[in-house]
Design a protein around this ligand. Structure first.
Ligand SMILES: NC(=O)c1ccc[n+]([C@@H]2O[C@H](COP(=O)([O-])OP(=O)(O)OC[C@H]3O[C@@H](n4cnc5c(N)ncnc54)[C@H](O)[C@@H]3O)[C@@H](O)[C@H]2O)c1
Length: 438
């Protein structure tokens, strides 16, 4: 059993911390956000993530997991320190690593014995060196430490499963001592033969960006194919399925939609392009994926406008605010673009998301938030389905029509039955599928 500190208790830190405590280690999750820590200490979840409450609860009861706002003490009491703070996009497109640097400084000041310092946050290549320098500059004794990069690949919505049963664990460690400790942290996975990729720090840092950028590329690719499908009368779902059957391609991340969002793909693609530019290496494919994505979000607004005409004076129902289902995260969500455009054009917006109403209200407090999809579509001139929540998949076209003022719907996730919409006289559009069904 090892003593572990997780600094930064967000989507990644909380899942990793509770997951590592579930592996049998003693974990303290620390954060400067006092409200968040207070909630966790009171047994409440600050985020929505399926299965996370049970995982947290189980490990608190087993006295393996606790929470603190005292970052310094948490560091002093632990032998492995995970840095999992936010690394948002800065104005110039690069990753802002100021929170990582702030944590490195506190680590330096509290380094009381030889420790493993491990970055889990997604950070630009070379950050390992910067973190090590800051720790060295701030330590008051000759105490040693070893730096490790351990990027995280979990997806919001299935984060618990992704963390406990990952496809691989990447450990960038120059020191054998540190690598052995990290292997021990992940022992249940290691003995289960989960691939552990042991590499240098720089390679580990790059693996994370290369992976996220590639997935973004796949999404933008299928979104562009969907636009072509619309022009030539092909069905993008059949195209994607047949493509995905090819083992070299795989069906994953070939789902057309309103454009990718979330806290990772948009900022990580942008950071990769900036990083490569600084080294005079053009990232043309990733640049194209970013442009396609921005265009796809705008294309959804145009699609809705083509169905309704001028938005001014209309009431539009928005179903889904999170950037994908099973999360309350709205960062870079396609709904932000849609709602922003609607409000700018003078429309009224009624919105519903099973988990993300509160987080979306931080961006747009002025719209009407509803408690059910029925309430959100009632008396609307048109509806846009923006997130693929299961409860929207089972919406009945007849009920929808009865509730709405006019039967107009844009399905940006292709989850509604075209046949049913057609049968009920809807004027509708989707992403890359022919309107007529055979
Ligand atoms: N969210 C994901 O799906 C995901 C997946 C893989 C990797 N990542 C990466 O993991 C990192 C964290 O992402 P996240 O989504 O968990 O972010 P988040 O915003 O949900 O959480 C970050 C937490 O760090 C805390 N924090 C900020 N500065 C701090 C400081 N100086 N000391 C202590 N705590 C501090 C914040 O209060 C917040 O609770 C990012 O680099 C991200 O790119 C995220």
């Amino acid at each position: 059993m090892r003593h572990i500190a997780i600094i930064g208790t967000g989507y990644v830190g909380l899942v990793s911390g509770s997951g590592i405590s579930d592996f049998g280690h003693k974990v303290i999750c620390a954060d400067i956000a006092g409200e968040k820590i207070k909630m966790l200490q009171a047994g409440k979840m600050p985020i929505y993530e399926p299965g996370l409450d049970e995982l947290v609860d189980r490990n608190i009861k087993a006295e393996r997991l606790s929470f603190s706002t005292d970052v310094g003490k948490t560091i002093r009491d632990s032998e492995v320190i995970f840095i999992s703070v936010s690394t948002p996009q800065s104005e110039n497109g690069e990753a802002d690593i100021s929170a990582v640097k702030a944590v490195a400084k506190i680590i330096g000041k509290n380094l009381n014995e030889r420790k493993v310092i491990c970055t889990k946050s997604t950070v630009p290549i070379g950050t390992g060196k910067i973190v090590s320098e800051i720790i060295n500059e701030n330590k008051s004794t000759e105490t040693d430490f070893e730096y490790v990069s351990n990027p995280e690949f979990l997806r919001e919505g299935s984060a618990v499963k992704d963390f406990l049963w990952p496809d691989r664990v990447v450990i960038g460690a120059e020191s054998e001592w540190a690598f052995e400790i990290m292997k021990d942290v992940y022992r249940p996975l290691y003995i289960n033969e989960t691939p552990i990729v042991h590499t240098t720090v720089e390679t580990a840092e790059l693996i994370k960006y290369a992976s996220n950028a590639f997935l973004s590329l796949k999404i933008s690719y299928i979104n562009e194919i969907s636009a072509l499908c619309e022009k030539v009368g092909a069905d993008v779902h059949v195209v994607a399925k047949a493509m995905g059957s090819d083992g070299r391609i795989s069906p994953k991340f070939l789902h057309p939609g309103p454009g990718f969002g979330g806290s990772c793909f948009p900022k990580d693609t942008s950071a990769l392009v900036s990083m490569a530019q600084n080294k005079n290496v053009p990232m043309r494919t990733i640049q194209a994926a970013i442009e396609t994505n921005a265009h796809q979000k705008k294309r959804m607004v145009k699609k809705l406008q083509a169905l309704t005409g001028d938005f001014s004076g209309l009431t539009i129902g928005i179903l889904g605010l999170a950037f994908k289902s099973k999360t309350d995260d709205v960062r870079e969500s396609a709904s932000l673009e849609m709602v922003g455009s609607l409000l700018k054009a003078g429309a009224q917006v009624k919105a519903y998301d099973p988990e993300a109403n509160t987080s979306f209200a931080e961006f747009y407090p002025q719209i009407t938030y509803c408690k059910t999809w029925e309430e959100a579509v009632k008396d609307t001139d048109a509806v846009a389905v923006m997130t693929e929540w299961n409860e929207f998949r089972t919406m009945d076209a007849k009920t929808l029509k009865n509730l709405m003022k006019s039967p107009i719907i844009l399905d940006t996730r292709n989850i509604l039955s075209r046949k049913e919409l057609q049968k009920n006289g809807f004027s509708f559009d989707n992403v890359g599928r022919p309107m007529e069904t055979k």
